[in-house]
Design a protein around this ligand. Structure first.
Ligand SMILES: C[S@@+](CC[C@H](N)C(=O)[O-])C[C@H]1O[C@@H](n2cnc3c(N)ncnc32)[C@H](O)[C@@H]1O
Length: 240
């Protein structure tokens, strides 16, 4: 059993509260430092390169209903909105959501704890759900299964998560005080393929380059048989 399905509700709530406090403070710092700075990715270049792969994975966006799950300071949400999607961004930090509601009324922003099933079930249905750099805080398999119930037929769910088979990521797992769960290719394929009405699962590895002058990551091809120790995994679940 992976994810947080085995956790007692009170433990799950304590973890959610812990991450909420962590990100509330981080979002405040970012606000003071400037909006365009990176969120939790190692730097802004990583964040932007990941965003480019998310856009590729999301497919055509004009007029599509898109959920940015764990939107943080909303950069990805705003980029998807600029690409023509009708975007809703949700995050656990209410102050950040309130600031986004004030500053960017074209996107619908809501404070939602994605570990709470009732809250997720109250969300509308979406053509595309993007969960970038958030699943490691939620327990990926449980959170994706929950979000999957909000994906329309023919839609897709796009994720980006640290790779459990990467040495750098393993060191982060050892050092984190709160639960922080990366995923491996094998696990994503296992739980991804077991979801109802899944048509296909594709994964793209993003590996840190030794020379990052041009780009921080070397991106592998989209596939299902990816053998990888890459730092990040971008994945897509396509719904029948
Ligand atoms: C590393 S940031 C990623 C933000 C954004 N998706 C990006 O890629 O730039 C993780 C975000 O997940 C949010 N988060 C953590 N736990 C959450 C939860 N239980 N429900 C909703 N959002 C959560 C945090 O507040 C934070 O903004």
């Amino acid at each position: 059993m992976s994810g947080r399905e085995h956790l007692h509700d009170s433990v799950r709530d304590t973890l959610s509260e812990g991450w909420k406090k962590h990100f509330a403070s981080r979002h405040r710092t970012l606000r003071e430092e400037g909006y365009a700075r990176s969120l939790d990715h190692s730097n802004e270049r990583c964040q932007l390169q990941i965003c480019a792969h998310l856009i590729e994975a999301a497919g055509p966006l004009s007029g599509k209903a898109l959920l940015d799950a764990g939107c943080g300071w909303g950069m990805t949400s705003l980029i998807f909105e600029a690409c023509g999607a009708r975007v809703m961004g949700v995050d656990i930090v209410p102050d950040t959501i309130a600031a986004l509601q004030q500053g960017h009324p074209l996107v619908r922003w809501e404070a939602v704890d994605l570990t709470r099933n009732e809250a997720v079930q109250e969300l509308p249905m979406f053509d595309v759900i993007v969960a970038a750099e958030v699943l490691q805080y939620l327990g990926a398999s449980t959170a994706v299964a929950r979000l999957w119930t909000r994906v329309n037929p023919g839609g897709r769910l796009v994720g980006c998560i640290p790779n459990a088979d990467c040495q750098i990521v393993k060191r982060v797992v050892e050092r984190e005080v709160l639960q922080w769960q990366p995923e491996s290719v094998a696990e994503i394929l296992r739980w991804g393929r077991s979801l109802p009405d899944v048509n296909d699962v594709k994964i793209k590895p993003l590996d840190f380059q030794s020379d990052q002058k041009f780009l921080p990551y070397a991106a592998g091809p989209w596939g299902a048989d990816v053998q990888s120790t890459a730092n990040r995994l971008v994945f897509v679940l396509l719904r029948k």
